[in-house]
Design a protein around this ligand. Structure first.
Ligand SMILES: *Cc1c(COP(=O)(O)O)cnc(C)c1O
Length: 362
């Protein structure tokens, strides 16, 4: 099979076709190099240019301030950041605020608790993780080391539309599943991290954007690889980074710029999500999980009248070339992940499939 199908996977997820085509063209030899990116030193001039390109691409797209912020390409996934953040930034005896809007936020709390006190400033469990808290619902601690949130909960499909006010306490965001899906005011954050495999590239690469002044808080004695200062001082080259991942990320950044940058992406993402939520709202047969004001533009979660129908829906969708629609095992239902690279035609195909499925089974 050489035809591409519509890939609604939550991650690793669909990549832009022009990026895959360029990677294919350069698989045996980068132009003028005679070797692929996977076969050259991470300290070579060729890789250095790719690395610089990826960093400057992200800086330009996200408007990362030139001064005061560092861009790191690490490994261990967003999951390792659940540990590195408290290890580096939450001293014993201090406390951090965590806002829990879904499954990933819960995992972040679990690791932070090993290090020091965690104040859960809000946990949206009562809403079955269908919304984000209002400012008034947050029990923030003015003395917290930082406030941690998950900007888009990939499993529940719940997204923050605006940052909470933290009164000067450093704000940290797990942006794994909505990074680069829309413009972001990086200057509001002390640290932003994201596993690459949703919106930026392949798995095995983790982006960390951090404000340099945070490094002053890192305690002495951390293991070298777990200390942010190691990666800052060595420009993410203390050990061998995921060179392939950085190469693909560089191509994705170029593709994003050609599509009108993050403003262009935001318009496309809004319009794709509107189309799908519109189809969900058009009938009682489908029920959206997230509260309308917290609906994710990246992961659209919904239910059908019964689990049996949901099973049938995903099976028939897969057969029709709409892959990866089964909701996460923890929440069930249907999840359509429609990241930056997911084509609008795929959303249109899903919407007509939904209409047809309802008319046969409703
Ligand atoms: C996928 C995901 C993670 C986990 O990422 P890994 O790279 O697998 O560790 C964490 N947080 C969010 C929001 C995610 O979507």
């Amino acid at each position: 099979m050489s035809e591409r199908i519509f890939n609604f996977s939550a991650g690793p997820a669909v990549l832009p076709v022009p990026v895959l085509e360029q990677a294919r063209a350069e698989m045996l030899s980068l132009p003028g190099v005679g070797m692929s990116v996977m076969e050259i030193s991470h300290r070579s001039k060729t890789f250095d240019e790719i690395h610089r390109g990826a960093e400057s691409g992200l800086r330009e797209l996200l408007g990362i301030p030139d001064e005061g912020y560092r861009v790191l390409f690490l490994q261990g996934g967003a999951s390792l950041q659940f540990s590195m953040i408290p290890l580096n930034l939450l001293p014993a005896g201090a406390s951090a605020d965590y806002i829990v809007t879904g499954s990933w936020g819960k995992k972040a709390v679990k690791e932070a608790k090993r290090q020091a006190a965690v104040n859960v400033a809000a946990d949206m469990a009562d809403s079955r993780y269908s919304r984000v808290p209002d400012q008034g619902e947050l029990k923030l601690d003015a003395g917290a080391a930082y406030v941690h949130l998950t900007s888009n909960e990939t499993i529940e499909g719940v997204e923050w539309k605006e940052e909470p006010e933290t009164a000067g306490v450093p704000l940290i965001s797990d942006a794994s599943s909505n990074i680069c899906s829309r413009p972001l005011d990086v200057s509001k954050y002390a640290l932003i991290y994201a596993g690459a495999q949703k919106n930026l590239g392949p798995s095995g690469l983790t982006l960390v954007i951090l404000r340099e002044d945070l490094l002053g808080r890192v305690p002495e004695g951390l293991h070298t690889m777990l200390d942010y200062r190691t990666h800052v001082q060595n420009d993410s080259l203390y050990n061998t980074p995921n060179t392939w991942g950085i190469y693909i990320l560089n191509l994705v950044c170029r593709w994003l710029k050609e599509r009108g940058g993050l403003e262009g992406m935001a318009r496309e993402n809004e319009s794709k999500a509107q189309l799908l939520y519109g189809a969900i709202d058009a009938t009682d047969f489908f029920r959206g999980h997230a509260a309308p004001e917290a609906r994710s533009l990246m992961n659209v979660t919904f239910r059908l009248p019964s689990e049996e129908l949901e099973k049938k829906f995903t099976a028939e969708a897969t057969a029709a070339g709409l892959d990866g629609l089964k909701g996460h095992r923890s929440v069930g239902g249907i999840r359509a992940s429609i990241y930056n690279a997911f084509p609008r035609e795929g959303v249109e195909a899903l919407v007509s499939f939904m209409r047809e499925f309802e008319s046969k089974n409703g």
